[in-house]
Design a protein around this ligand. Structure first.
Ligand code: S3P
Length: 427
């Protein structure tokens, strides 16, 4: 797909529903008694993989354009699938479902695409095995395909090596089936959507600092869920409006859960012209409209406990940094290497091809801002967040940029290019 420079981005945009929350709504709805309805569900390929897996586990899930309806069968209502479960490109599906399957009284084999088959699963195999499940990496490399034999589980207190909501959630979900409470302590707080939504469904979950504890065998009951817009999708438009001259963009209904909204803090550190207009919020996930205008950005240091709150936004933050004055340092983000692609390499290689001055480090990137970008051939590496980041860079580069395998945005944002085109004005 080819891109050229745009004049200002103007108008309003509503991004699709949050990917993390959409996955969890299907999973928890399947384990609840009765009906769960989900509005503004993200119809991206990743969340459709989750629906497909739960249908294969015997759950009826109806889809209409307005909502999806899950006919939950309770904690012990899943049945053995007749075929291998396919999580596609989705790490969240793979890791969270593994926790659930660990507590079932049947065996399942779970796999995914070429990217999933390279992503580390040892981080869930270890704690789930400690709880009593039997999980075998069939290729013997700690990756999917995984053969999971559910067993009676015991509660554990597990300290994770990395701040990962997928690992935390996997263990907490297995904890629903354990014989005593299960706790997870993380080195820094990762996104807490599971804790919030499990509580909404009726689970007993307590959190203190970076420790979450779940009690077994609750009675989960079906819920009506409305998913807020995905801040990770909004991030491309936040960045685009900041770096594109003559822009003023209102992004509506964006989830701003504090464990996810690190990009807002980075915008503040970089001096972005961003106004957060919060909605009145109750217990659930907070949301806001975001008003973003063209900004004079300055470089900053992004590190430590901020990293898990913006981990998926780092590729597009790296693009913003190219348009900032001074140096931006991203560190403590080695996790970027084990996402849908190695995002440290992908960003360094593609930004360098566009003329940016970027150094890849062991745990991040160093970007010297202020050099004009030029169009180039860039490789998405079949990673949706790399493709979208370079579409934004391309709108502010001289000449033409060609993004390889650009259609991979389908994973989290199928209408991304149409939406981007609608708010762009051609030069
Ligand atoms: C997710 C957690 C994060 C994030 C991913 C979605 C989730 O992964 O990068 O896109 O829904 O729990 P990790 O848990 O591996 O950090």
């Amino acid at each position: 797909m080819k891109f050229t420079r745009t004049a200002g981005l103007k108008g309003e945009i509503t991004v699709p529903g949050d990917k993390s929350i959409s996955h969890r709504a299907v999973m928890f709805g399947s384990l609840a008694e009765g009906i769960t309805t989900v509005r503004n569900f993200l119809r991206g390929a990743d969340c459709l993989s989750t629906i497909d897996c739960f249908r294969r586990l015997g759950i009826q899930i109806d889809e209409t354009p307005e909502q999806i309806t899950i006919h939950g069968k309770g904690l012990h209502g899943l049945s053995a699938p007749s075929q291998i479960l396919d999580a596609g490109n989705s790490g969240t599906t793979t890791r969270l479902i593994s926790g659930i399957l660990s507590g079932q009284n049947f065996e399942t084999t779970l796999t995914g695409d070429a990217s999933i088959q390279k992503r580390p699963m040892g981080r869930i195999i270890e704690p789930l095995t400690e709880m009593g499940a039997s999980i075998v990496s069939l290729s013997g490399n700690g990756c999917a395909p995984l053969k999971i034999q559910g067993r009676p589980l015991r509660g554990i207190h597990y300290r994770t090596k990395v701040a990962s909501a997928q690992v935390k959630s996997s263990i907490l979900l297995a904890g629903l089936y354990a014989d005593s409470p299960t706790s997870v302590t993380e080195p820094a707080l990762s996104r807490n959507h599971s804790e919030l939504m499990l509580r909404q469904f009726g689970a007993k979950v307590q959190t203190e600092g970076t420790t979450a504890t779940i009690w077994p065998e609750p009675s989960l009951s079906g819920q009506e869920i409305t998913v807020p817009g995905d801040i990770s999708s909004a991030a491309y438009f936040i960045a685009a409006a900041c770096i594109t001259p003559d822009s003023e963009l209102l992004i509506r209904n964006v989830g701003i859960n504090p464990t996810r909204n690190g990009i807002l803090q980075v915008c503040r550190m970089m001096g972005a012209d961003l106004t957060v207009l919060p909605y009145p919020s109750g217990e659930g996930e907070p949301a806001a409209d975001l008003l973003v205008r063209t900004s004079s950005l300055k470089g900053c240091v992004i590190e430590g406990s901020l990293i898990p709150t913006l981990i998926d936004e780092l590729p597009v933050i790296a693009v913003m940094a190219c348009f900032a004055s001074g140096t931006t340092v991203i560190r403590d983000a080695a996790e970027l290497k084990v996402k849908e692609s190695n995002r440290i390499d992908a960003m360094a290689e593609n930004l360098t091809a566009m003329g940016a001055q970027v150094t890849a480090t062991e745990d991040g990137l160093i970007i010297e801002g202020g050099r004009p970008l030029r169009g180039a051939a860039v490789d998405s590496r079949l990673d949706h967040r790399i493709a979208m980041s370079f579409a934004i860079a391309a709108l502010n580069a001289d000449g033409e940029t060609e993004i390889r395998d650009a259609e991979c945005v389908n994973i989290s944002y199928p209408e991304f290019y149409q939406d981007l085109n609608r708010i762009s004005s051609r030069t």
